[in-house]
Design a protein around this ligand. Structure first.
Ligand SMILES: [Mn+2]
Length: 356
């Protein structure tokens, strides 16, 4: 096989120590991650930027770093970012002549599809780019220097190793709190706050080290997940009140009208996640949330639908993508949606027909 193809294969080609050495000798670095950064993307870039800049400030190292983000940042992001300087890819500051870093370090992705806003900036700089990722797929051509740990639940795991190597520490429990905190956010969010099947001894070990470094996990949980407006809780009450359980107790349907949103003082985005709530009932296999709205052409209803497996009954999840296809919508097999030109009553009838 030609060397180039081998080089471009999505495999790991280096380790944390070697990346720390590369950072040390490079100079100015741009830290990039996927568009619409999540907790792992923000956590990994912030931890690295703080470790690199701390080293420069305390020991006169040559390298410095700046984070770049593209697309919307979660509402809690600004609290996590704090005073750490970052730029938006959309501002045009990436034009050549404005900013020309000596190195580019990408975390939590290695796919062009997730790096689209950076493509023009990245393409002429692939020879000075490094990737640290934990996904199963990626485009190896983006960087020949790659640390890919597909066993890691979050990219902050290899990033913690890089920070430890960079700062000459023994383990992550010795990290400064300003670095331990974003690492913990990445680890906790990518594991569904330590619920997903990806949680293992290594995850808990790192979490324990970060707690030893002083991370306040309860404060972080409140910062990320306990900042809803009261209006959302009122709307949730209305949605749960509307719950109908039909079809041999297999199907749950909830409905919300425009008036319900007004009465609760809620905004359109406030019903996000409601469709997951009835999945806690054992017999439920499919949940649909119907929200009725109006536009210039009259009434329409948005369907958001989820399905879940029932392994205790030996049942596979219903393909709700196929159900939504019949209604002119679609999505994924377990999470899908459609928009129907009818009111709630008419839409419910069509949905039940489509479910068969
Ligand atoms: Mn991740």
């Amino acid at each position: 096989m030609p060397t180039e193809i081998l080089m471009n294969e999505w495999t790991t080609t280096t380790d944390a120590r070697a990346i720390a050495d590369w950072i040390d000798r490079t100079g100015t670095l741009a830290l990039l991650t996927h568009a619409k950064p999540d907790g792992d993307a923000l956590g990994s870039t912030l931890a690295l930027a703080r470790a690199i800049n701390l080293k420069k400030g305390t020991s006169g190292a040559v390298s410095s770093a700046e984070c770049w983000y593209a697309g919307p940042i979660p509402a809690w992001g600004s609290a996590l970012i704090g005073n750490t300087k970052f730029r938006h890819a959309e501002t045009g500051e990436m034009n050549p002549g404005v900013f020309d870093p000596a190195g580019v370090l990408i975390t939590d992705t290695g796919s062009w599809t997730q790096l689209e806003p950076y493509r023009a900036f990245l393409e002429p700089r692939l020879d000075r780019t490094t990737i640290v990722d934990h996904h199963l797929q990626g485009d190896g051509e983006i960087a020949s220097r790659r640390l890919i740990e597909t066993d890691a639940a979050a990219v902050v795991q290899p990033v913690a190793d890089i920070c430890v190597a960079l700062l000459g520490l023994n383990d992550p429990s010795e990290l400064p709190l300003e670095i331990a905190t974003p690492l913990y956010v990445g680890l906790a969010t990518d594991t569904g706050w330590f619920k997903h099947s990806s949680v293992n001894r290594d995850v808990m070990h790192l979490a324990g080290d970060l707690l030893a470094a002083g991370v306040d996990h309860a404060e972080l949980f409140a910062m990320l997940y306990q900042r809803d407006r009261a209006a959302r809780l009122r709307l949730m009450g209305t949605a749960l009140n509307s719950l109908e359980i039909i079809h041999d107790k297999n199907l749950a349907v909830m409905s919300l009208s425009e008036q319900d949103f007004k009465d609760a003082g809620a905004a359109p985005g406030d019903s996000g996640g409601f469709v997951d709530l009835p999945q806690s009932v054992a017999s439920i296999r499919v949940v649909a949330l119907l929200t009725e709205q109006h536009d210039a052409d009259g009434v329409f209803t948005k369907i958001s639908i989820r399905s879940k497996p029932s392994p205790w009954e030996g049942k596979e999840p219903v393909d709700v993508n196929a159900v939504c296809n019949k209604l002119g919508g679609g999505g994924h097999a377990r999470a899908s949606g459609a928009r129907v030109r009818a009111d709630i009553v008419g839409t419910k009838k069509q949905l039940i027909e489509a479910l068969g």
